[in-house]
Design a protein around this ligand. Structure first.
Ligand code: IPE
Ligand code: IPE
Ligand code: MG
Length: 242
């Protein structure tokens, strides 16, 4: 991929919904609802800026440990949002993909996922990967298991091709909102050479101006991929891109 000031693939840890709600004396689920709107806005804004792939962290393998009320609220909201938003996403040319462990999800959620993927499979304007019941460690383990089951050699390339995001290049830019500076088991394998941007904005407040700030910061970075400054085109070949 040629070097570009616009990232091809942006990945986002959408953090801060709960705090957004607490600040307003609202239940946490109100923050998650607002988070869905923020995601719609953000997907639109990414598309308008020429970003081709957006990957978002919506529910981690560790988030099951939250109070039962919040977990079931999130599952309901996810199923509802799918039913409500897919027709418009389909018209907008967005291809939806769901990344994560499907075992353990309810039939209602699974049905929503399958229908959303089928309805948008032919779209190519923007790929929106929604990481749901996802963990970076789970991804590495499931990829290793697949490579082993196929009797293939355990190489970086074979493992990359078995990872859950093998249909897209590795993320150029990983954004985390909400002020925390950690990866929280997001794209551990795929973010080996991503640029990182941490925003203090809570996810529901992450607007177009905040996205532009992240993209502007990205455009100023020199990605070296282990090489030395000024090695030119050679420096623009990311590892792990397939
Ligand atoms: C991120 O927001 C959404 C999910 C993890 C589902 P949080 O719910 O983690 O919000 P904070 O970090 O508690 O504010
Ligand atoms: C990461 O946020 C997961 C998602 C945004 C879905 P968390 O709120 O779960 O992360 P920690 O617990 O602060 O590390
Ligand atoms: Mg959080």
């Amino acid at each position: 991929m040629p070097p570009s000031s616009t990232p091809y693939h942006v990945a986002i840890v959408m953090d801060g919904n709960g705090r957004w709600a607490s600040k307003r004396f609202l239940p946490r689920i109100a923050g998650h609802k607002q988070g869905v709107d923020s995601l719609k806005r953000c997907a639109c804004a990414c598309d308008a800026r020429g970003i081709k792939v957006l990957t978002v962290f919506a529910f981690s393998s560790e988030n099951w440990q939250r109070p039962q009320e919040e977990v079931s609220g999130l599952m309901d909201l996810f199923a509802l949002a799918l039913g409500r938003e897919v027709p418009q996403l389909k018209l907008d040319g967005v291809q939806l993909r769901f990344i994560g462990e499907r075992q353990g999800l309810s039939n209602r959620v699974l049905k929503g996922i399958e229908q959303a993927e089928a309805a948008t499979a032919a779209n190519h304007k923007l790929v929106l990967n929604v990481c749901f019941n996802y963990g970076g460690r789970w991804d590495i383990v499931q990829a290793a298991a697949r490579v082993a089951a196929q009797g293939l050699e355990m190489t970086e390339q074979n493992l990359s091709q078995a990872m859950a995001l093998a249909h897209v290049p590795d993320p150029d830019l990983v954004i985390r909102t909400g002020g925390e500076q950690r990866i929280s088991n997001f794209l551990l394998w795929q973010s080996a050479y991503s640029e990182f941007f941490f925003s203090d904005k809570l996810w529901p407040d992450f607007d177009e101006a905040a996205l532009d700030q992240a993209i502007e910061s990205y455009a100023l970075r020199e990605r070296r991929f282990g090489k030395v400054p000024g090695q030119g085109d050679a420096a623009a070949s990311p590892v792990g891109v397939h």
